[in-house]
Design a protein around this ligand. Structure first.
Ligand code: CTP
Ligand code: MG
Length: 264
């Protein structure tokens, strides 16, 4: 590679970049599906969550960049709010994104599972590894993305990044009208808090979405229901989900720290 090529790559890949090799031409390729069709009810009134800004840039654009930062990811499918596909396309066009990555936008569904299914259904042939990544986790570092992809390429059919818990967890009998009886206290050392991107062998993910009809909050649990193995790789604190208003404060602080460290 000439020095000019190196510079060109550096320009294209400002911000975080990845050391993972891109897929060789003709080899199995990796696509990322980003469900971004939720309203963000827990965040309070305002625009759909994925379109709210962090450091002046829509959360969705951060999430897209986080996936496209991996050199292994050559397609990103964004699942937009049902009446917001045109707006999302405009947003993608208006922001700088790596030229080596293709983008598709499809309208989402009633719940997260329907939205992910819409994204999977839009995948062209040739993408054998599929990541599913919440738009609501805009700050996941590229090393975490690459670790998930690598585990799938090494033969796992389903991979989730996850972290040990800080809090002790209790199972309760849920009650709205008074104290809730505790049923059990699972051993914390055996528990993990699960993040995204989750990575899948494509055929397994497709089968999981065709087979499991009950509403679930993560795709790996559907693979578990098929009786297939799911493995965990280390997640990252900065891959937290923006769910409630306090999470926005944390996300802004993480971004501000990154910008300071990057010197701009
Ligand atoms: N999601 C989606 N389609 C839906 C619901 C959720 O694509 N019908 C996406 C969200 O946009 C988000 C991810 O799934 O990126 C995780 O969901 P969550 O954090 O629950 O986001 P929301 O459903 O938007 O938030 P809330 O539950 O507070 O309304
Ligand atoms: Mg939700």
């Amino acid at each position: 590679m000439s020095p000019e090529d190196t510079n060109l790559n550096a320009d294209l890949m400002s911000d975080e970049t990845t050391q993972a090799p891109p897929s060789a031409p003709g080899a199995a390729r990796t696509a990322a599906v980003i469900p971004a069709a939720g309203r963000g009810v827990r965040l309070g009134p305002g625009a759909p969550k994925a379109l709210r800004t962090l450091g002046g840039t829509p959360m969705l654009i951060h999430a897209v960049r986080a996936m496209a930062a991996s050199r292994a990811v050559s397609l990103v499918v964004v699942v937009a709010p049902r009446d917001g596909a045109a707006e999302v396309k405009t947003l993608l066009d208006a922001h700088t994104l790596p030229e080596r990555t293709d983008f598709l936008v499809v309208p989402g569904g009633e719940n997260r599972q329907d939205s992910v299914k819409a994204g999977i259904d839009a995948l062209p042939p040739g993408y054998d590894t599929v990541l599913v990544h919440d738009a609501a986790r805009p700050l996941v570092p590229v090393d975490t993305v690459d670790a998930v992809i690598e585990a799938v390429r090494d033969g796992a059919v389903a991979v989730v990044p996850a972290l040990p818990l800080a809090d002790t967890v209790k199972e309760v009998e849920p009650r709205a009208d008074g104290p809730e009886p505790v049923l059990s206290t699972p051993a914390r050392a055996r528990l993990r808090a699960v993040q995204t991107p989750q990575g899948f062998e494509r055929a397994t993910l497709v089968r999981a979405h065709e087979t499991v009809t009950e509403n679930v909050t993560d795709d790996a649990s559907m693979v578990e229901q098929l009786g297939l193995p799911v493995v965990v790789v280390p997640g990252h604190e900065e891959a937290f989900k923006v769910t409630r208003p306090l999470d926005l404060v944390l996300a802004e602080a993480v971004l501000a720290r990154r910008r300071k460290n990057d010197g701009f």
